[in-house]
Design a protein around this ligand. Structure first.
Ligand code: NAD
Ligand code: WQD
Length: 346
């Protein structure tokens, strides 16, 4: 019998790609999502790629009674990957309580019911945002956690502490927090990708929408950073590489291969690219010319961050394989898919 993995937020961007990798690795996937930032037809994309339509339950994980009913129905879950959260940094500044409620309550509900139903394995979506602007680069998992720059970033820090405290009190529980750097790209089939909702705040969807003619031009935020070309540097990582790391994390917990019951890993490529380099990679890999202009820095942005991935490479036996050109070309292919299906994605 296949082992069952609960993927919360499984119709979202990273969750849907992870569902595919789990299914392709022989797991059965059950998704909970309230569709607050995704659409049910993402399941069609998963089915087109894998030939399997995962079981899907549409409800809010903050509703503990509903979540309890779910676990009564699915008692045999081998691991939970908890993606469901609100994730827009700017929105979190405007609506902090919504972020604290959604991101913290969803996690505490899951942990409480894991204890009740004796489900022991949790992978948690954390973020490089917990490091702020690090003094030393690249950042390792031991780099200091700096005061959060936004309520969103704070929820990730608090969630990591909630997990750590809960596991200290309950040795039966295992967890792995995965700190993603900048996830970009789309599934090579173009059946899955990041769904655009309004004007994108993130670089890559803004690039692809500009190339597609939906936006006039891209603003490059800041050309006076202390970097080789003056624009800010990030560690962009392909979402499919990220998804594969989740499969390994789950296998590690199920196979009882953890060194301690709570582990934390950086997930990046270990390479930093500037905004201007990212634009050049987009142009070279797609043959599309991009309209852009250099403007002021964006408030709250850090200058440079990239990951030291040694620990994940050694312990998980995982290494990001897809380069920045593939990240850009797959994002462009996905953008074209969206354009071809405009009516559906309005
Ligand atoms: P996403 O918004 O595409 O996916 C999250 C999914 O969770 C959505 O489908 C949404 O509908 C669902 N959801 C939210 N709250 C819910 C709730 N209370 N109950 C049920 N479903 C709920 O986001 P993503 O980019 O796939 O991010 C997944 C996770 O990774 C999040 O925890 C995010 O904070 C984290 N993360 C994302 C990035 C990034 O840049 N995308 C970087 C670092 C960390
Ligand atoms: C990347 C670079 C921008 C848009 C965010 C969250 C972080 C994590 C990942 C969740 C920066 C520049 C962007 C544009 C630009 N998410 N840029 N023009 O800010 O590194 O990280 O996503 O955990 O917490 O903060 O990602 O894609 O917004 O920006 O020049 O129109 O592109 O200034 O240097 P960021 P991003």
């Amino acid at each position: 019998m296949k082992q069952k993995i609960l993927v919360t937020g499984g119709t979202g961007y990273i969750g849907s790609h992870t569902a595919v990798e789990l299914i392709e690795s022989g797991f059965e996937v059950v998704i909970i999502d309230n569709l607050s930032n995704s659409r049910e037809d993402v399941l069609d994309g998963i089915e087109k790629i894998t030939g399997v339509r995962p079981a899907f339950e549409n409800f809010d994980i903050c509703d503990i009674n509903r979540l309890d009913q779910f676990f009564q129905k699915y008692k045999d879950i081998s691991a939970i990957i908890h993606f469901a959260a609100s994730k827009a940094v700017g929105e979190s500044v405007a609506k902090p309580l919504m972020y604290y409620r959604n991101n913290l309550q969803s996690l505490t509900n899951i942990l409480e019911l894991m204890e009740k139903y004796e489900l022991n394995n949790l992978a948690f979506s954390s973020s490089c945002t917990v490091y702020g602007q690090p003094k030393q680069l690249p950042v390792t998992e031991k780099s200091p956690i700096l005061p959060a720059e936004s309520p969103y970033g704070n929820t990730k820090q608090i969630c990591e502490e909630i997990i750590s405290d809960t596991l200290r009190a309950n040795n039966n529980l295992n967890a792995i927090s995965l700190r993603y750097f900048n996830p970009v790209g789309a599934h090579d089939s173009a059946h899955l990708g990041e769904l655009p909702l309004g004007v994108p705040a993130n670089l890559v969807p803004f690039i692809t929408q500009t190339a597609a003619g939906l936006r006039k031009e891209l603003s490059v935020f800041g050309d006076d950073y202390n970097t080789p070309d003056g624009s800010a540097v990030r560690d962009y990582i392909h979402v499919v590489d990220l998804a594969k790391a989740h499969v390994i994390a789950v296998q590690r917990m199920i196979g009882k291969k953890q060194k301690t019951n709570y582990e934390v890993f950086n997930l990046g490529t270990g390479n930093g690219y500037s905004v201007l380099e990212a634009i050049r990679a987009f142009e070279t890999s797609t043959g599309q010319k991009l309209n852009y202009k250099l403007v002021e820095r964006r408030a709250g942005d850090i200058e440079c961050v990239w990951a030291d991935t040694t620990y994940a490479n050694q312990e998980l036996g995982w290494k990001a394989a897809l380069d920045i050109n593939t990240m850009m070309s797959s994002s462009w292919k996905w953008q074209q898919h969206l354009m071809e299906n405009q009516d559906k994605f309005k």
